[in-house]
Design a protein around this ligand. Structure first.
Ligand code: AHR
Length: 512
């Protein structure tokens, strides 16, 4: 390992655009695990303007729409190759009664969205609107069922309504509401955050409830549910341990929620107004997820050494103060290059544990927390995080290639260390190798020698996402300040790849 460890403060004194060196050795022969495409999953909650205004404006809107879905947002999301979309929450899921969201829209009952600002929810976006959206996006639905305030009967009937092809009461109700053919719904969450907004339960009690509710979630007509238990928050290892012990093989997956909430003095902090110290602190907090998943996985390994039960990080991302002047209950936040690095570094961590982490859902797809897209009236902007997801889609379902990485580290508050380079590599079904690289250093470029061992490199090309400041972001007035460009900094020298990463850059290289 390289020894040079300099502090952020020392860094400030260095000449602008100084260069550091790093090296990577990739082991293409050792790749034997697939990076589940579902790690690139998204999350849509009835919260703020995620659904209403963000995804859905209704067919009568003067905002251009396709059957009620915003056409601009739909087209942008299609480019991400979204593998799955989680819905309707979040905390909202445990107060959601699905029967309120079917039938003629004008006669659906209203409710108060008590979790999120007391906004009136008119239920005009319900089961049909969600599952049809998944069809338009070509992604798998991931439904969160209501354990906290819903009944077993209600949950059982929802599964029947969505997936039964037979002459059954719920399938016939669906037909009456305009959908003849059942949808395919594989991923089904039995509750959300059952330790908190989903019912304030103890893990022992939730385990019993899970067993009861899950029993009646039937597999209809070839639709096989993948049942997910509501898992731990961050460092609650006892929750994971109890569920593994009490539920075991009755669940296909267990979830984990980990947010990069980086305000170090108790506040969350501004999404856009932060300094270099805050920036590195955030990256340190984001990278802590590796230790957290390792510990949850170690517990899972004890009870399930064959790794039959998946870990799903079905909520993750940054959580800042809301944008000034917006409803505090709507969690609308901006998104800078700092968020782009949180996305890149976290996805690299998920790749490293792809034998256990089979799904992840960043929170949230539009207008809430670390979004892909922000909307205001008719306008839309793509965030730096969107661009990371778009560039990284090449890793979906590709074979993970292990690597050794040697680079400098920065010391951040609390004596944590942040490596200045983060990387991950995969080989896709056509044999192309993709290497994603992040140079988090805002001032110094990074020269990286990449050894692909016995791979003969015919050509190399790439794309880069970079900015001149850690605070750079896209706005409705300047929507293209941060966007990917062609990357010219990779070349082949004596059979090895030599890459020059500018300061503050995220690059994806394709090797043929
Ligand atoms: O994403 C916002 C909220 O964070 C979700 O509704 C909840 O599950 C989590 O606490």
């Amino acid at each position: 390992m390289k020894k040079l460890i300099i502090s952020v403060w020392a860094c400030i004194a260095l000449p602008l655009f100084a260069q550091r060196d790093a090296s990577i050795r990739i082991y293409p022969e050792q790749g034997n695990q697939q990076i589940s495409k579902h790690i690139y999953g998204q999350f849509a909650e009835h919260l703020g303007s995620c659904i209403y205004g963000g995804l859905w404006v209704g067919p009568e809107s003067d905002i251009p729409n396709t059957q009620g879905y915003r056409t601009d947002v739909l087209n942008a999301l299609k480019k991400l190759q979204i593998p799955n979309l989680r819905w309707p929450g979040g905390c909202f899921a445990d107060e959601y009664h699905w029967m309120d969201g079917i039938g003629p829209r004008e006669s659906r009952p209203k409710m108060v969205n008590t979790n999120w600002g007391g906004t009136i929810e008119d239920n005009s976006f319900g089961t049909h609107e969600f599952l049809n959206l998944c069809e338009l996006l070509g992604c798998e639905p991931y439904i969160s069922g209501n354990v906290g305030s819903g009944t077993v009967e209600e949950m059982a009937k929802w599964v029947e309504y969505m997936t039964s092809e037979g002459d059954s009461p719920m399938a016939n109700l669906r037909r009456k509401n305009g959908r003849d053919k059942a949808w395919k719904v594989k991923f089904f969450g039995v509750g959300n955050e059952s330790w908190g907004c989903g019912g304030s339960m103890r893990p022992e009690y939730y385990s019993d409830l899970y067993r009861r509710y899950a029993t009646y979630c039937r597999n209809y007509d070839g639709n096989v549910l993948f049942k997910v238990a509501s898992g731990a928050s961050d460092y609650d290892y006892n929750w994971t341990e109890t569920l593994m012990k009490q539920i075991g093989g009755r669940m296909d997956g267990i979830s984990l929620h980990y947010y990069t909430v980086a305000g170090w003095d108790g506040s969350k902090g501004s999404a856009t107004d932060f300094n270099t110290e805050d920036y590195y602190w955030t990256l340190g907090k984001c990278l802590e997820i590796e230790d957290v998943v390792k510990k949850h996985i170690a517990i899972m390994d004890t009870y399930d050494p064959k790794k039959n039960i998946a870990l799903l990080v079905d909520e993750w991302g940054t959580w800042w103060d809301v944008e000034p002047g917006t409803n505090p209950g709507h969690l609308f936040q901006q998104n800078t290059m700092r968020d782009a690095f949180v996305a890149a570094l976290t996805l690299h961590v998920f790749h490293n544990y792809t034998d256990r982490i089979k799904m992840a859902n960043i929170a949230q797809i539009v207008n809430v927390l670390q979004s892909m897209i922000l909307t205001k009236g008719k306008d839309m902007v793509l965030t730096p995080t969107y661009h990371v997801f778009e560039m990284y889609k090449v890793h979906q379902d590709a074979t993970f290639l292990p690597m050794d990485l040697i680079c400098d580290k920065e010391k951040v508050r609390d004596n944590r260390e942040v490596p200045v380079v983060s990387a991950s590599a995969s080989r896709d079904s056509r044999g192309k190798i993709h290497i994603s690289l992040a140079n988090v250093d805002p001032r110094q470029s990074e020269h990286i020698r990449i050894d692909l061992q016995n791979v003969t490199i015919k050509s190399v090309n790439g794309r880069i996402l970079t900015a001149s400041s850690i605070n750079d972001h896209n706005t409705f007035d300047s929507p293209e300040k941060v966007k990917p460009e062609v990357f010219q900094g990779a070349k082949v020298e004596k059979g090895k790849l030599s890459v020059s990463l500018p300061p503050l850059s995220i690059v994806v290289i394709e090797v043929l």
